[in-house]
Each structure stands twice: as C-alpha cells, then as structure tokens.
Design a protein around this ligand. Structure first.
Ligand code: SAH
Length: 506
C-alpha cells in the first residue's frame, strides 16, 4: 500500500468517475476523491486504502479548477443527490456526452469512428435547477425534539432539515413550512423509523409545470381502521390528522394548490408511498401537458401538437417535463413515422411515448408491467381522443413471446403488423431489456428500433446484442434530464440495413 490511512496527499484531478467523484493519479496510483472537481489540485485525506488505488476525502482545494463553480445548495456535499453541483454545467454536459460515448465503445464494442459519426450533440437544459416536478421529503424529529423535513444524509437515514432543494420548484419550501408549522402548533408527531411510531412519514409534492397545478400527499403511519370518521371540509369523511381542516385551509391558500391527499403506510419499510390514497381536499389528480417540438430545427420550436396527462400521487411520470418534451420529440423523429406504421412501445409506463407516437402512426401497442400504469395509459388515450393505441399489462418479454409464439398466432392476433411491426420503441428501467425481450425483437425484425435509456451501460450492452442480430446504429443522442447529477438519458436509432444490389454500369 502506498499511503497510510489519514495521510494527506496532494493530487491533481484529471477525470470524473461514474459516481461523480474526482479521479487523480500519483505515480501510477489512482485516487478517488469525492467532491473534487476535474481540474482541481487538492489535498485529500486517505480514508480507504487498497493495493493500487485509494479513496480520499477532500480536505482543501489548493488550486481550483476552471470548471469549479459556487454550488447553489449549502447541503450538496451531505446530501449526495447532486454529485456534480460544484462543476460547471457545460463541463457536466461534456462528462455526460463522454459517458455515453465511452459506454458505446467499451461495453457496446462499437468502433470510435462509428460512434462519432452517429452521435449528435447532447441536448442540455437551459436552466439546470428547479427542474424536478416531484419531490418526496422525509419527516422526522431533530435532537431537540423539533419536527423537521428535509433529506437523508448520503447513505444514511438521518434527516437533515432543509426545505429548499434547488432541484424542485420554489413553492415546495412554503408548502413544507406550512405543514411543519401546522404539525408544531397541533403537536402532530413525526414518524420514527426505529420504533415504527409517530404519524407523518413523508411529504410528497408534485407540480404540473405547464398547468401550474400542485399536489400534496402526506404519507401517514396507520391503517384506515385507526382513524375516526368525521366531517372533513371536502372529499373524505375520515379524520386522518388532528385539526385536519386547519391544515387543509392553510394548504388551500397556497397558489396553484389543486389536490391534498393522504397515503396510508403502516409498514416498517423503505417504500415511501402506501397503496391506499384518500383525497382530503380538491381533485384526485393534477394535469400536465407535454408538447411536441421540432428537434431538427435550432431552438427546438413547438409544433403546436400537445398531449395532456392526469397525474395521481402514485402515477409514474417523467420528473423533468421540459427535457422530456425534447426526449419524446426525438423519439418521434427517430421513429420516422408517416401515419401508416405499426409501432410497439415497450416499457410504456402511463403511455406517454405511445400517445406521442400515435398521432403519426397507424397503430401503437404499449406494454407495461404495472397494471395501474396501464389503466392510466388507457385513460390518457381517451383524454387525448386517441383511438389507435392499445395497451397490454405484463412483462415486455412475456407479452411479445405470447404474441410472437411462432406458428398460429397470426390467426390468433389477426394483425400482421403486430407480429412484424415497422418500429419498436423501448424505454426500460436502469437494468435494461431482458435478453428474452431482445431475442423476440430480433425475430419480429422491425425496420427501426428506437432505444430510450436512462443508463448508458445497459444501453450499450443491449445494443451489442441487437447489432449482432443484424441491426446498425445510425443515430445516438444524449438528453440531460438530471442537471447537477451524474445521470443522463440517451436515445439511439437502430436501422435494419438495406441490402443493395449494385449493378455494373454498362
Ligand atoms: N416510457 C415510459 C416509462 C419508462 S420507465 C415513460 O417515458 O414515461 C420504465 C417502465 O418500465 C416503468 O414504468 C416500469 O414499471 C416498466 N417495466 C419494468 N420492467 C418491465 C418489464 N419487464 N416489462 C414491461 N415493463 C417493465
């Protein structure tokens, strides 16, 4: 081992690791220093020592990097949610573009020249803060017995009181303070994870950025039988909270407030939301609009087409609506639809991409494993007057295999396009597509595959399989949905190479 524990080492940071940590080298020995920015020269204290590498804690920035910026949030080091907040946004985008490029080369096995020929410049955010439309704040009690809301310190369940996260809208702070004040005045207890006692566990806030509508859901510890019926000012007969009407009046006075609900969760678990939801005031859902943009034009102008979605406390919905518009508009562009095509949208969630594509397709089939999400997808289709989209509940690999069993399914499904679609779009979770899913996709042989991914590593792994199966990567682009963090979305177009017969010139 090169260093002693607690030894102070001077190192220049040359690279950014996958978790956002700074990476430096001293005489061939690698040092990982969290919170150090690429280009910094720092003093780091060795905290963990291995044969060829060590982890250091940032002690002092000796020479700041030209990319180092003043972080907006005083808590970003403790929180760990924004790993790159001290690094300029422009440099963050370079890191994300490289992350996608390197994954395609190292994991996907693509030649650097091919990757460079396919990759378009990453689509960054105009303002990389205040972009999240959903936040879940844990509620607890501090050492002095005060009720607090905030975030968990990185890798712990200790709550740090902090009501103004820079990733969420400004309204969140007033909402949290309103609830905390009500809790203090009425001696409403906060949940204690260790004992499983106390009432308020989490506060969920969602905002429809286009509609301005706000939803608050208090996650409380209990079962319905634990609560008395009474007369709420609206919506429900149950009294879930002491002096419930007082809280509802306060929240209702906040501009944009549209829905206030409780979610019951009496399990001792890390899962935040309980399954039962009761609306206490206002509507059950908020609405939001996603607009189609022309991604081929500079500045990505609006096309005038848009879709409206209803969002409940439990609905899945993309968290950065501004960038989502750009991502979905790219998916639409990559799909290359003319109005006739049959399209499968696998891992469709509440059908957002499916409905985006439906306007330009003959028929769209969506598949999603969560039944509630498919119910929402069908509702959303109705809400937007879309009749050429159908949805299936199940694992993508199972539903496709059932339909493409080989043999008689043509009679069963009665739809040739379903078996041999023109386009398949996939948008899987971080773990990527199941190998059985990739296998059936290859059998279905669509003209184009559009792969939307939130993890460049699994994207590259799956592309390798699809390209070995005869597809060719033709376009690829990053879309940053998560400024300040190491995460990045990407979208790739795979095409079925055309066989061209060259005739000799006579
Ligand atoms: N395309 C949607 C959702 C993408 S998130 C949107 O843009 O909003 C990925 C979705 O895949 C989640 O909704 C998750 O529930 C679903 N999912 C996870 N594993 C799945 C599987 N094996 N088959 C189908 N859907 C799955």
């Amino acid at each position: 081992m090169k260093y002693e524990k607690n030894e102070i080492v001077t190192v220049t940071i040359e690279d950014i690791g996958s978790e956002g940590e700074g990476i430096g080298r001293v005489e061939g020995f690698t040092l990982f220093v969290k919170d150090a920015v690429v280009g910094d020269t720092v003093e780091a204290r060795i905290v963990k020592n291995k044969k060829t590498y060590a982890y250091g804690r940032l002690e002092k920035v000796l020479v700041p990097s030209p990319f180092r910026v003043e972080p907006k949030c005083a808590w970003h080091r403790q929180c760990g949610g924004c790993q790159l907040q001290s690094c300029s946004y422009e440099r963050q985008l370079v890191f994300k573009q490289d992350k996608i490029r390197n994954s395609l080369i190292r994991i996907g096995g693509f030649a650097p020249e091919q990757v460079d020929a396919c990759m378009e410049p990453i689509v960054g955010m105009e303002f990389p803060f205040r972009y999240r439309n959903k936040a879940q704040y844990p509620v607890g009690t501090d050492r002095d017995g005060n009720v607090v809301a905030g975030f968990y310190a990185a890798r712990t369940h200790n709550i740090i009181a902090h009501t103004d996260c820079w990733l969420g809208p400004v309204e969140n702070e007033a909402i949290l303070n309103c609830i905390l004040e009500y809790m203090r005045e009425n001696k409403v207890s906060a949940y204690d994870e260790k004992t499983g006692t106390g009432l308020v566990r989490h506060i969920l806030i969602r905002k429809g950025f286009a509609s301005g509508e706000i939803m608050v859901c208090l996650v409380i510890n209990g079962k319905r039988a634990d609560f008395k019926t009474g007369s709420g000012i609206a919506g429900t007969d149950y009294q879930f909270l002491p002096a419930q009407d007082e809280l509802l009046k306060k929240l209702a006075a906040i501009k944009g407030m549209t829905s206030v609900s409780v979610s019951l969760n009496s399990e001792q678990t890390n899962v935040i939301m309980g399954k039962e939801i009761y609306t206490l005031w206002g509507k059950d859902t908020i609405s939001d609009t996603i607009r189609v943009r022309d991604m081929a034009q500079p500045g990505f102008p609006l096309t005038g087409k848009e879709l409206t979605f209803a969002i409940s406390p439990l609905s899945f919905y993309q968290v950065n609506p501004v960038q989502t518009e750009k991502l979905y508009s790219l998916a639409l562009e990559y799909a290359g639809l003319t109005g006739q095509e049959t399209v499968w949208d696998l891992y469709c969630g509440i059908g957002t991409i499916s409905l985006f594509l439906a306007g330009n397709a003959g028929k769209v089939y969506g598949v999603e494993v969560i039944p509630q999400a498919i119910e929402d997808a069908r509702e959303n289709a109705k809400r937007n007057g879309i009749e050429n989209a159908a949805f299936f509940v199940g694992k993508a690999e199972d539903v496709l295999q059932e339909i493409y069993g080989g043999g008689t399914e043509k009679e069963q499904v009665g739809d040739e396009g379903m078996l041999h679609p023109d386009v398949i779009v996939v948008d899987p979770p971080r773990k990527g597509c199941d190998s059985a899913c990739l296998e059936v996709m290859l059998k279905m042989r669509p003209e184009r595959i559009v792969y939307v991914s939130c993890d460049p590593a699994t994207l590259a792994r799956d592309l390798k399989v699809l390209c070995a199966g005869g597809y060719e990567m033709t376009r690829a682009r990053g879309v940053d949905q998560f400024g300040g963090t190491v995460h990045v979305e990407s979208i790739v177009l795979l095409s079925k190479p055309r066989i061209i017969f060259l005739s000799k010139a006579d």
